[in-house]
Design a protein around this ligand. Structure first.
Ligand code: GDP
Ligand code: ZN
Length: 291
């Protein structure tokens, strides 16, 4: 038997990439025909039949899975933001970082269009995230800065890109591998194939190794369901100070003797990050009320 990764499922068939070639596979009869059981990204064992045809015999356990796009075993989400045009939306960036964390996937922040700002402006943008320990790269499709580095981080991994439209997701992927056809924009109704509204997500193969989803993820704006005390856990720099707060139930908002609020005043915690924390906190409290 061979081991491979499903890159696409389409009307009962699954394309499985084994590292050397692409196999067109059907399922062993004993498997229920439930699309959720076999996602792009799933590692499977196949028996080769004639030519490039094969049969999926076994699915290996998943590390994680995303719902939108429906992909299993995602190694990283490349969260793209532009340094300018459009202006960086830090609320959205922080929101996506929380969603990625909640999905137990590693984020990589990618600041594109570095050519449009001065080195000082760029430094100002990235500092709070680098200080917090997030993996971050500065790139420019226009100047070519950071593209080799991006290739390096995509190599041999399953990646999903995220970020609002216009930040340069499609341009980046085409810079990484010219000709990589990506429908990174909003998926229009007419692109949806088949009778159902299911979109057939595809993992595209990078010639230097690695797979990339053909559609961006994390376009939904909702924060994951959580209790208000859980939110700080999604902000590593806030979490780090939280144990010094007077109250163990402190949500770092109106409580006295809060180490996090002190941290903001002392410049240890970036005020923009704290502002987003507070805005998410009110959302989480609002959500709590609805349950
Ligand atoms: P997407 O919606 O995230 O896929 O963004 P696109 O790849 O369609 O890019 C949006 C616009 O930004 C296009 O006009 C690109 O030419 C432009 N763009 C992309 N990357 C860069 C860059 O590094 N620098 C500059 N100046 N423009 C860029
Ligand atoms: Zn506190």
């Amino acid at each position: 038997m061979l081991e491979g990764i499903i890159t696409k499922g389409y009307s009962g068939f699954y394309y499985v990439h084994s590292g050397v070639q692409l196999w067109e596979c059907s399922l062993r009869g004993r498997f229920r025909l439930n699309a959720q059981d076999f996602l792009p990204g799933d590692r499977v064992k196949i028996s080769p039949l004639k030519g490039t045809k094969g049969v999926i015999e076994e699915v290996l356990p998943r590390i994680n899975s995303l719902i939108r796009p429906a992909i299993a075993n995602v190694d990283q989400v490349v969260v793209v933001s532009a340094a300018s045009e459009p202006e960086p939306d830090f609320n959205l960036l922080d929101r996506i970082l929380i969603q990625v964390d909640a999905a137990k996937i590693a984020p990589l922040i990618c600041i594109n269009k570095a050519d449009l700002v001065s080195p000082d402006e760029l430094e100002e943008l990235v500092k709070p995230y680098q200080k917090t320990g997030y993996a971050l790269i500065e790139v420019s499709v226009k100047s070519g800065q950071g593209i080799a580095e991006l290739r390096q981080v995509l190599k041999d991994k399953i990646s999903v890109f995220a970020g609002s439209s216009g930040v340069g997701k499609s341009s980046l992927l085409n810079a990484v591998q010219p000709g990589l056809e990506l429908k990174m924009g909003e998926v229009s109704q007419k692109l949806r194939r088949g009778r159902h509204t299911t979109r057939h997500v595809e993992l595209l193969q990078l010639e230097f190794g690695g797979l990339v989803a053909d559609t961006p993820g994390f376009s939904s704006l909702n924060l994951p369901a959580m209790q208000r005390q859980d939110l700080a856990g999604f902000f590593p720099e806030i979490q780090e100070l939280a144990h010094k707060c007077r109250f163990t139930t402190c949500v770092h908002w109106q409580e006295p003797q809060c180490a996090v609020k002190d941290g903001v005043e002392q410049g240890i915690i970036n005020p923009k990050r704290y502002k987003n924390y507070l805005s998410f906190l009110s959302e989480v409290i609002e959500q709590e009320r609805r349950y």
